[in-house]
Unconditional design. Sequence first.
Length: 99
Amino acid sequence: MSEPPPDVTLQVTNHNFLDVTIFVLHEGQRIRMGLATGSSSQSFTIPGRLVELTHEIALLGQAIGSSERVRTEILTVRPGQRIEWTLATELRRSIVGVY
């Protein structure tokens, strides 16, 4: 039996004062990762098997108590990589990087 692919680390730094629910969008599915508490940082684990074949995901953040939301472009991610997503005070100004 082969080893499972290494997971992807998603590091979210939330500069917004609102809590933001984080989702991974993959092949038409919306998978909830968890909550990025306002004005703090959280780390989430994306299973490596999720990106093993297509390598393409997008991230979605929905502010709690607001209609504000942010979505990244399609990201090319390989198992074992790290994603850093910085949520700005205005969510639409957020930035993302894959390393």
